[in-house]
Unconditional design. Structure first.
Ligand code: KIV
Ligand code: ZN
Length: 515
């Protein structure tokens, strides 16, 4: 019996980017969009075009480039947002506008300060306006998870009449639990007279750790689109993790009457890419994409796996892309082999100079580390991009000393707007000393609110990938750096965050402010 299709709507580039510190550049977003297209994601929510010029351009370039997935832009239920989304999406082969307005008593009263009747009229008007640009229009009653059922039914019936083709039910604050959320979807689909004219979708946040469970419960009750993000990235505790939703549905086909058409072998490469670009590490015990997801430590488990894989594994590691992390290159690999492998990983350089500079870095790395894996290449390219985009502060050199019984010291030389400046400092350890030396030069006034180190591959010769988070006057900026030397990687990450801070951004947040 053929199954119904479950539409996978990825919002890594929109809701995912709303995670504090996860902002991405236009090029980074395009790289992720290409990886999502390769994975055959049905809909890519590429951003919130009116948030900033950068967001508009990112949605626009993704709309121009991606041909296999539908490209979606978010818009509040106001003319300016809808027109901005329509314009940004104009070049898309397949475009969707996603418009939303809050429907819960608490949001209508305190955020919108609007009467329910006015909310209904504004929702209808927004959907009609969006239909001027595309016949693929999604409507979300924001905070549906805390809205009154009768009111939700009223709004949804009207927006379907106005032309909405997808109705997305967000559990905006992650308040629902699975049986209740599934029942909500069931009730809406039963009670709304024109429910059969739209596809029902869900968008769950993970505040109680239930985003995936709620989404799956909704699918069991008739939802046919799930909104999710790679690695569960997203506002606060994040959104439902794409990899978990997809693998639950694919693995438990005995329970689900629908299936996705996603190429699951792209899940792990995509997860690595998003983690590299955003600097949000994946916890080792994370389902599907965590380093330990398919590792069997205990003797009993290992014995069982050797006798028959099914004893302790419900999925095959290679089916979600784990086998892709091959040893690909080494010290003697040439420029052509390097370029070919990067192309296989969908990494293409704009110019020969960029390729040459990445190749020089690769040779440097291969001298320090004999076996180069795909993950090393991803980290190397991300690191190279960071340097290319950093203009104001550049690292010239770092020297760090640590010895038992001695106070760690570090000396730094930076190039700041063409001028070389050096400083030394002591600290609790060499990294602390290096950061203090940098601060004595730049006096950024920032607070370091996160410092994390991850090894890109295994072994002590692995590159360390460092994330730093700086907070300054309410802004949160993540910086990244990779190197086989942890102190150098840390300094690169700190300098990267300083540069991002310097570039600044007055990006609007879709769920705050007007409407
Ligand atoms: O969480 C939410 O309600 C959203 C909407 C914009 C769909 O992200
Ligand atoms: Zn959301």
């Amino acid at each position: 019996m053929s199954k119904e299709k479950l539409i996978i709507f990825d919002t890594t580039l929109r809701d995912g980017e709303q995670s504090p510190g996860a902002s991405m550049t236009k090029d980074e977003k395009l790289r992720i969009a290409k990886a999502l297209e390769k994975m055959q994601v049905d809909v890519i929510e590429a951003g919130f075009p009116v948030a900033s010029k950068g967001d508009f351009e990112a949605v626009n370039v993704i709309a121009k480039t991606i041909k296999e997935s539908t490209i979606c832009g978010l818009a509040r239920a106001i003319d300016r947002d809808i027109d901005g989304a329509g314009e940004a999406l104009a070049p898309a082969a397949s475009a969707r506008i996603h418009t939303f307005i809050a429907t819960s008593p608490i949001h209508m009263q305190h955020k919108l300060r609007m009467q329910p009747d006015a909310v209904v009229e504004q929702a209808v008007k927004a959907v009609k306006r969006a239909r001027r640009y595309t016949d693929n229009v999604e409507f979300s009653p924001e905070d549906a998870g805390r809205s009154e059922l009768d009111f939700l039914c009223r709004v949804i019936e009207r927006v379907i009449d106005a032309g909405a083709t997808t109705i997305n039910i967000p559990d905006t604050v992650g308040y629902n639990v699975p049986h209740q959320f599934g029942q909500l979807i069931h009730n809406l689909m039963e009670r709304i007279p024109n429910a059969d004219k739209a596809i029902f979708s869900v968008h769950c946040h993970n505040d109680l750790g239930l985003a995936v469970a709620n989404s799956l419960s909704a699918v069991l009750h008739g939802a046919r689109q799930v909104e999710c993000t790679i690695n569960g990235l997203g506002e606060r505790a994040g959104n439902a993790a794409l990899e978990e939703v997809v693998m639950a549905v694919q693995t438990r086909q005995d329970l689900f009457s629908c299936n996705t058409t996603l190429d699951a072998t792209q899940i792990v490469p995509c997860s690595r890419l998003v983690s590299n670009i955003t600097g949000f590490p994946v916890q080792p015990n994370k389902a599907i994409v965590g380093a330990n997801a398919f590792a069997h430590e205990s003797g009993i488990h290992q014995d069982g796996i050797l006798k028959s894989r099914e004893t302790y594994e419900i999925m095959r590691a290679q089916d979600v892309g784990w086998s892709n992390n091959r040893i690909v290159l080494g010290k003697h690999s040439g420029r052509n082999a390097f370029r070919t492998r990067l192309e296989e990983l969908d990494i293409v350089f704009d110019s020969e100079e960029e390729l040459n500079s990445a190749f020089a870095r690769f040779k440097d790395l291969a001298d320090k580390k004999h076996e180069i894996y795909d993950d090393d290449l991803q980290a190397l390219v991300t690191d190279a991009n960071l340097v290319a985009e950093n203009e104001t502060v550049q690292l010239i050199s770092v020297k760090a000393c640590s010895e038992t019984g001695e106070i760690p010291t570090a000396s730094i030389t930076l190039l700041i707007e063409g001028e070389e400046r050096s400083a030394s400092a002591t600290g609790g350890g060499p990294v602390d000393a290096a950061f203090k030396a940098i601060e004595s030069i730049v006096n950024s006034g920032t607070e370091l609110t996160l410092y994390s180190v991850n090894n890109v591959t295994s072994g002590t010769d692995s590159q360390g990938e460092v994330t730093t988070r700086l907070t300054h006057e309410g802004r949160v900026i993540n910086g990244q750096g990779a190197d086989t030397d942890i102190v150098v990687a840390s300094v690169k990450a700190y300098v990267n965050a300083l540069n991002k801070l310097d570039q600044g951004s007055d990006k609007g947040h879709p769920q705050l402010g007007e409407v």
